[in-house]
Design a protein around this ligand. Sequence first.
Ligand code: IFM
Length: 470
Amino acid sequence: MIDPQDLANRLPGDFVLGTATAALQIEGAADQRGRCGWDDFADQPGRIVDGTTPAVTTDHFHRVEEDLELMRAAGLDGYRFSLSWPRIQPDGSGRVDEAGLDFYDRLVDRLLELDIRPMATLYHWDTPLPLEAQGGWKVRSTAERFGEYAALVGQRLGDRVADWVTINEAATVVMNGYGLGVHSPGEEQLCRAGSVARNMLLGHGHAARALRSVPVRGRIGITNAHTPVTAETDSKKDRAMAGLLDFVHNRLFADPVLLGRSPELPKGLPLPTQVLLKAVSRMSRKDLDLVSQPLDFYGLNYYFPSLVAAGADPDGMSPDGESEAAKDLPFRLLDWPDIPQTGFGWPIAPDGLRRIAEEMAARYGRRLPAVVITEGGASFPDEPSADGSIDDEERISYLARHLDVAADLATGAVPGFDLEGYYVWTLLDNWEWAAGFTQRFGVVHVDVETQERTPKASYRWLTRLQAARR
Ligand code: IFM
């Protein structure tokens, strides 16, 4: 077990250690915001494993002071939260709900009072329902609406938010939401993947430009989830499919944003796959200029590495659930032999983080700005013991081992990859999208019946680590 004191000695003094959350996963108070695509999705029978909805979740909207106190008491340096677009702009355009904006205004003020660095994500998957009804990210106009929303939020919070993330994990939205249908809006249209990705890239571009022109005082970045990809065998087919997954997760968004050019399709892809990615592989110069404005930091979410083989899973299993469309994918993901897994079945492999750092430094060189790990964490079936305590040793080990690699990356282990911080996913056991409350990622347990918060052993470990750093 890694000693918190040892880790504390190795993390630079200005390294930001915080927790990350997303509005729809914790806020609740659905009666005080507009509806979003996920509200409709969750209302459809069978979509969410345990039948729960985002209506109440952890009721953070009403318990924000209690949750801030948890952060303060742990001595956390930063807090990454997302702004609920439908709480601020219920129709996704035009009218602003001032009460919604007030909530975030107060949140930012309180964070600053507590000396916790505020990082605000503009879009963490809660597309306002009226926009979703008009085509969501399938249509270019959503990108423009997103830019307008970014501008109005920037005007209100731009003097105090330290870091802005435009979009969180666009690849997950493209694949799970529009391609495989296991997330909102539940569409199984893999053929749309290229145009949805292009529109989300444009959304990022419009938002970054809007924030710059306000101008906001904080730094601007984007967050993508990256996974190092390994082919099961050295066969041509397996290698081509590893290239495809690498393209989707590691380059589809990062290449246009950081290099200002369309990502090059890997060699050996079957023709239908090339066709469906056409929209993004042939973006116009004007679009690429919008998308590739210089960023102040790059947000990296790292959870696990991927092992890939050619050929669809005959049962239609995608990593995030069953999907008819997954039977049309030209690849499937495999379990890693001999690597322990989280509750979600994700392999626990801190070395994958080092590999991603090496790959990114090699590919982007000087175009890679400072990096912040905007999410990392693990779900485990934590159950309170008889005395009410929750001893989540596996999560402590997960965090310690990943922070150990982070400490190396923050001190020059991979030249060109300058790591500035790590945000633990997540503070509270939250509503884990299609998994509802069946996957618990929090360092604080939440009883969803009573809303009682119980810090787990991992929360106390983080507290000790932060105390040791001071
Ligand atoms: O809960 C999600 C989060 O919303 C996006 N990144 C991955 C997390 C764990 O699945």
